[in-house]
Design a protein around this ligand. Structure first.
Ligand SMILES: [Zn+2]
Length: 842
């Protein structure tokens, strides 16, 4: 049947090329406008209807289209890609995919170069309230599935197009439903109309209020993780990431703006120009406004344009005027009305033009893509060729790193050999030195298919062509994970597979007096959180101790039978099960009498309080920070947390909680609320204030956080600074995001498990210090090291400022985080620091 259909199809297709008569069987396939209850662009399409249309299309056009479900969102919506090509290509799709992957080295075997096929992957609406990409995707998919347009048919003869229907279905649906609910029956193009004012937190972000277009490299979110798995199976040549921007902006397409990351190759730059010129030609024909080479740079590796770039693709952002202020139609500054139909038409045009140019240069694309992988894997670009993670790092830190590497298909292994005298950069102290390699060390070599991505994620300093960028400028993973690690200038090939550390089953001869858990990584804290939820009493040592031949650091958790006597024998099995689940070692101790240090009955082993945690939300709270707290508690720490509305925060409710978190944002506490909170802290409450949350307490009586005095601005000697340099001048007082090496007071419970140096990801230009009543626990010293861009005027001002500080008030305390430790939830050390603040004793 399939064969008969194909013959019929091909014959008809040939006939069509010459006569241009629509094929009855194909035109019978309904367009989105015919299928949906509304015309395309008339209303926003809810996600389930969009999915219905794709399912219909896939069943109606099985020879030109395949719909593949690749996952599920936190709110249980399906994630899909749709794959399109000619019927002949669709028959051998798996063969095309494997042959293509052979060019990257991720698949073994010699690639067949005789039939070059371009792979174009188009990502729609990663920001859910920028929906015109996904709406345009339906029209585009209809054209790609029916192939009634002879040009499209011709392009698909040597091109496979993959469309990710909607990258963020939860956000997309939040927006679509809200807009339909808030919209008048007739269009209301006045910008002040309700349908243009989307309420907090908005559909841009996913369920957990994460920006999925900042998450590609860190893969904290389930949407990203599932998408990466299918992305690695395809590794496209060309990847447009389809967005929307301010309503008065002309359309933006490649080539991108400076700065570009140094590892982006001349070939990738050149092809961006080719794509841009083709798009420009289409827009010129229609008389549509556009711009290139401005605003959208290519540096931070976690975007939908840069991440594909560092995977050998031509990654690009396409930006159409729109987003929530655009609604279905809006009057813009020029007096014109921008409609959803316009937005769909523009995205449709660039996506189709991208398919056209990729098809026209398929041979060129395939050849250069193959060379890219040959060259980068054979002769990596950067100064550092290998990265060594020492075997003595906490096993669970290593396990979490390996999990991330696996998501990116970055290869690694066990060194397998001892080598002395490698010249390498030490991430911990920031110095180049001679170090020795041990056989058990984890080695990641840049001589591998994912060479560029490896270097981008591990190089201590990323190099860019210009400093004018608006996202973080440093992110090296060994800093984020707090690893004892080195970047080596020489090639080191791992000799053996690296096997993750598995905790051995606990074998105890006698009944233990207590169990100890070393505080080394987030896994240990997750375990403690789970035990607290089961009413297990946990203490921690505030001094180092030695017993039965083992040495323990301050911060070690101690769970004694005495503290939990009501649990009887159930304690043992609960501990064993929970520790095994978290891959954490339980160390049994047979006596409470220590050989060195304080005994287990000492008052220097405080109980870990079972925190009852609330955090604030409000339309002035930064939704990202709100989401980071929410996600971290639910998905990582797996510990209960309650979001409480700022205006519902009254005296009575406060006492239901032991811990209150003020997220980052621009909200303010009323005088009454400040008074209540202070009283609650005095009575034993714990307040954790993050960035903007800490700003709420600045200069408030009783709170001891201060802004460091601003020095006078540089004298400009009477010279009037040109208007054009204003943007750059602002940079000198600023930092878009950099890593600073901070000093930690290792005797303080807030820093347990972190070591004496804490690399903080600083994303705000705040210079804060503690007054006389507070303690700076983590702070920047006079000679602090930093990575990434910090404005030259700001850099000295950050000396002696606080990263994390503590103030005791009565029976409670306030913990101030000048740098948000949960920023994008990829800073593993930040998560440990934050959890220490929760589980610290009174
Ligand atoms: Zn966007």
């Amino acid at each position: 049947m399939a064969f008969a259909f194909r013959r019929f199809y091909l014959l008809t297709a040939l006939f069509l090329v010459s006569v241009q008569v629509p094929l009855a069987g194909q035109t019978a396939i309904q367009s989105p406008g015919q299928f949906l209850p509304h015309a395309l662009g008339e209303k926003f399409t809810p996600h389930h209807l969009l999915v219905d249309y794709y399912r219909y299309l896939a069943s109606a056009a099985p020879h030109t289209m395949r719909l593949q479900r690749y996952g599920t969102t936190p709110e249980d919506r399906p994630l899909y890609i749709a794959v399109f090509s000619s019927p002949l290509n669709m028959e051998r799709l798996e063969e095309i995919r494997l042959n293509h992957l052979r060019m990257t080295g991720l698949e073994s075997g010699t690639p067949d170069l005789s039939k070059p096929t371009a792979i174009v992957w188009i990502s729609m609406s990663v920001h859910g309230n920028e929906p015109s990409g996904a709406e345009a995707g339906m029209e585009l998919s209809w054209q790609l599935a029916t192939q009634t347009d002879p040009s499209i048919r011709q392009w698909l003869a040597n091109t496979v197009v993959i469309i990710d229907l909607v990258l963020n279905p939860d956000g997309f649906d939040h927006y679509a439903h809200w807009n339909r609910m808030a919209s008048n029956r007739l269009l209301t193009p006045a910008p002040e109309a309700r349908e243009h004012r989307e309420p907090w937190p908005g559909g841009r972000l996913n369920h957990y209020c994460f920006d999925l277009n900042r998450d590609w490299a860190w893969a904290t979110q389930t949407e990203t993780r599932q998408r990466l798995a299918v992305f690695q199976q395809w590794m496209p040549h060309v990847h447009p990431d389809v967005h929307e921007q301010g309503i008065n902006e002309p359309y933006y397409f490649a080539p991108a703006a400076e700065p570009l990351h140094d590892y982006i190759t001349p070939w990738q730059r050149e092809f961006q120009v080719k794509i841009g010129k083709n798009n420009a030609q289409k827009f010129d024909q229609k008389g549509w406004l556009y711009f290139t080479k401005e605003v959208f740079d290519l540096f931070y590796p976690s975007y939908g344009d840069t991440y594909p770039m560092f995977n050998g693709s031509i990654g690009m952002t396409y930006e159409q005027a729109g987003g929530p202020p655009a609604g279905r139609a809006v009057i813009i500054d020029s007096g014109d009305t921008l409609t959803l139909k316009d937005r769909i038409a523009h995205h449709y045009a660039t996506c189709l033009a991208t398919i056209e140019i990729s098809s026209q240069h398929a041979g060129n694309l395939v050849e250069n893509f193959r060379k890219y992988f040959q060259q980068t894997a054979g002769k990596p670009q950067g100064a550092y060729k290998s990265y060594v993670i020492k075997a003595q790092n906490a096993p669970n830190k290593l396990a979490r790193l390996c999990q991330l590497l696996d998501r990116h298909r970055i290869q690694y292994g066990r060194a397998g050999t001892n080598l002395s005298d490698i010249t390498a950069f030490d991430y911990q102290d920031g110095k180049e030195k001679k170090v020795s390699l041990a056989a058990d060390d984890l080695v990641i070599s840049a001589f591998q298919p994912k060479s560029v991505l490896t270097q981008v994620l591990f190089d201590p300093i990323a190099h860019m062509s210009d400093s004018l960028t608006y996202d973080i400028t440093a992110w090296a993973l060994p800093f984020a994970y707090g690893l004892d690690a080195f970047a080596a200038r020489q090639r080191i090939d791992p000799a053996q597979p690296y096997l993750p550390h598995k905790v051995p089953e606990m074998a105890i001869a006698a009944t233990p007096y207590a169990w100890c858990i070393r505080r080394q990584s987030l896994s240990d804290l997750i375990l403690i959180g789970q035990l607290l939820q089961k009413d297990v009493k946990v203490r921690y040592a505030t001094y180092p101790f030695e017993t039965e031949g083992q040495k323990f650091e301050a911060g070690t958790f101690v769970i004694s039978r005495a503290d939990n006597r009501l649990m009887g024998d159930a304690l043992h099995s609960l501990l064993r099960e929970t520790a095994a689940k978290n891959n954490v070692s339980l160390l049994p101790v047979l006596s409470g009498l220590m050989d060195k240090g304080r005994d287990f009955g000492s008052e220097s082993l405080p109980l870990v309080p079972p925190a009852r945690v609330a955090f604030i939300y409000d339309n002035q709270v930064d939704p990202h920070s709100y989401g980071q707290i929410w996600y971290f508690f639910e998905q990582e720490l797996q510990y209960p947390v309650t979001p409480v509305a700022l205006d519902g925060l009254d005296r009575a409710h406060l006492y239901d909680y032991s811990t209150l978190i003020l997220p980052d944002g621009h909200f303010a506490l009323s005088d009454q609320q400040t008074k209540y909170i202070q009283e609650w802290v005095r009575n034993g409450g714990r307040l954790i204030a993050i960035e903007g949350g800490a700003h709420c307490l600045l200069d408030k009586e009783g709170f001891d956080l201060k802004r460091k005095e601003e020095p006078k601005k540089d004298e400009v000697g009477g010279i009037i600074r040109p208007h054009s340099s204003r943007e750059r001048d602002n940079l000198s007082d600023n930092l878009p995001g950099a890593i600073v090496q901070a000093k930690a007071d290792v005797t303080h419970p807030l820093t347990y498990g972190l070591g004496e140096r804490y690399h903080s990801l600083k994303t705000a230009a705040d210079a804060l210090e503690m007054g006389g009543k507070g303690t700076p626990v983590i702070y920047l010293d006079d000679d602090y090291a930093s990575y990434g861009f910090i404005g030259y005027r700001l850099k000295p001002r950050l000396r002696k400022t606080v990263v994390a500080g503590l103030q005791s008030i009565g029976d409670g305390e306030v913990i101030y985080f000048a740098d948000n430790p949960l920023f994008r939830c990829f800073w593993e050390q930040g998560k440990v620091l934050f959890t220490n603040a929760l589980f610290m004793g009174e």
